[in-house]
Design a protein around this ligand. Structure first.
Ligand code: PLP
Length: 487
């Protein structure tokens, strides 16, 4: 692999080691040499015997910072999944990122497939985004006053997502979905919201629910601190279950909105079936409810025109986040003019924010979109992704491995223990123990996967072929191991 050493050819061990060490200024041992070197090792067991087994072996600074953080931050982190709960290891404490690689505070390098949960489609610290954000910082970082960049970014988004005739910028995906739902309720004068099991739309109260047992049962809050009165108007239905959902909507037409991730990314990648989305469009139109596409992940990720173009469906409202901010805190919700004009100051649905439309973030977003709109960008990104996913799919198929790889564009998930996933219900057999071993195996070899079995991997335009092939090689090696060999 080349993200740390970038080595090529048949290097003598001593040279490989000294280059690796001088690159990092420490006697860290990495198993990450280039593909060529890795292959050379395979055919030259002598080199392995020499002990050049470049594993990430220790993270003393990370351990220290994490221990101190536990005293000051609940769980040592500022968002739960960062804590590596259940992995029996100290969480990642990151120092810096560049391109497809992040470095922890101990100087270990990892190829990053989390990419700030999908936001960094151009990779870390892309020079043009850094320049554009820095230039704006010099002009002022926040005004709480309109700037031209909000209009420019809104125009750009509208060019590719014409269903967003008007939009409003907010600072997080949670804010976008929460506000879109308030707007849908304000617009229809109704309360009921339908969401789907396994879909995540942020942490606002009315959305933190799981289905009750059967569609007629009230949902349960997935967090303490949420009054029943808040969730009693949210119904959670099984994703991709066309007949159950259609009959529910027909028998309860007093619905304000249906919200979904058209390609679910928060239970692993699980795309909606075409007929399912078409049914939702037809039924919501028929009963006067709004259809909300939560494209916080899929917007500008699965393609320039989002999931809505893939499915050829025009939602009433769309929520965006992640990619549109290029790694800065930006999200948005938008839709038809007459709906959006119900928001304050024009209308009576209140929504606002001190940092909404923050100019630094707007400039970073504009710069990001100016790259992804280049011809061939998404084709190249998909090609890169398939360097990893195609061979894995073939391997699973040929060897009848009880696992499944799902992929849309540059996002994918490898599920262990299941061979078909249409919704959350299919994940009851998921082999989380195997995922834990998988995550640790990759981590020790300098590959940072999203730290949960229920998440999507993301590839950026900055991922090098060398690193993608190293990742593929490592995953295949893991898959070929017997369970008893995995430590
Ligand atoms: C589909 C979807 N919607 C909404 C959100 C919430 O976004 P944020 O974490 O920016 O609040 C997320 C977060 O991952 C998401 O994946």
């Amino acid at each position: 692999m080349g993200n740390c050493c970038g080595l090529r050819g048949n290097f003598p061990e001593i040279l490989v080691r000294s280059i690796a060490e001088s690159t990092y200024g420490r006697a860290k041992i990495f198993e990450k040499c280039s593909q060529d070197v890795a292959r050379f090792y395979e055919i030259n067991p002598l080199f392995r015997l020499l002990g050049y087994n470049m594993m990430i072996t220790g993270r003393p600074k990370s351990d220290e910072i994490y221990a101190a953080s536990l005293e000051r931050l609940p769980g040592g982190v500022n968002s739960p999944v960062r804590a590596f709960k259940g992995f029996d290891m100290t969480p990642m404490i990151v120092q810096k990122g560049k391109g497809d690689t992040i470095w922890d505070v101990d100087g270990n390098a990892y190829i990053d497939y989390c990419l700030s949960w999908g936001a960094l489609i151009l990779g870390h610290a892309h020079p043009a985004i850094v320049t554009s954000a820095c230039e704006q910082m010099q002009r002022g970082s926040s005004f709480g006053i309109a700037t031209p960049y909000e209009l420019f970014l809104a125009d750009k988004i509208n060019t590719y997502l014409p269903s967003m005739e008007k939009l409003r910028f907010v600072s997080s995906g949670s804010e976008a979905t929460m506000s879109a739902i308030r707007l849908a309720r304000g617009c229809t004068g109704r309360n009921t919201l339908i969401k789907f099991s396994g879909h995540y739309h942020g942490h606002s109260d009315c959305l933190l629910i799981q289905a009750g047992s059967g569609v007629t049962h009230l949902p349960k809050a997935t967090s303490k601190g949420i009054p029943n009165s808040v969730i009693q108007d949210t119904v959670c239905l099984p994703f991709n279950d066309l007949s159950t959902c259609r009959s529910y909507i027909r028998s309860h037409p007093d619905i304000a909105a249906v919200i979904l991730e058209p390609v679910a990314g928060n239970m692993g990648v699980v795309p909606a079936e075409q007929e399912f989305v078409c049914m939702l469009r037809e039924e919501t139109t028929a009963c006067g409810a709004l259809l909300i596409f939560d494209e916080v992940i899929t917007g500008f990720r699965v393609g320039l025109r989002g999931a809505q173009e893939r499915y050829q469906i025009k939602p009433d409202l769309t929520c965006l986040g992640k990619v549109i901010g290029g790694g800065y805190p930006v999200a948005a919700f938008g839709g038809r003019k007459e709906i959006m004009d119900l928001i304050a100051p024009l209308g009576a649905v209140y929504q606002g924010g001190t940092l909404s439309g923050n100019p630094v973030a707007m400039c970073a977003g504009l710069e990001t979109l100016s790259h992804v709109e280049q011809e061939g960008f998404y084709e190249d990104l998909e090609k890169k992704t398939r360097l990893i996913t195609d061979p894995i799919e073939h391997y699973l198929e040929r060897n009848n491995v009880p696992a499944l790889l799902t992929r849309i564009g540059s996002m994918f998930t490898l599920f262990f223990g299941v061979t078909e996933v249409r919704g959350k219900e299919d994940l009851s057999q998921m082999n989380e123990v195997k995922f834990k071993a998988f995550f640790q195996y990759l981590f020790e070899r300098g590959i940072y996967a999203p730290p949960s079995a229920y998440e999507a991997w993301f590839v950026s335009s900055a991922h090098t072929e060398e690193n993608l092939l190293y990742t593929l090689d490592t995953i295949l090696t893991f898959l070929k191991k017997k369970d008893t060999e995995i430590t």
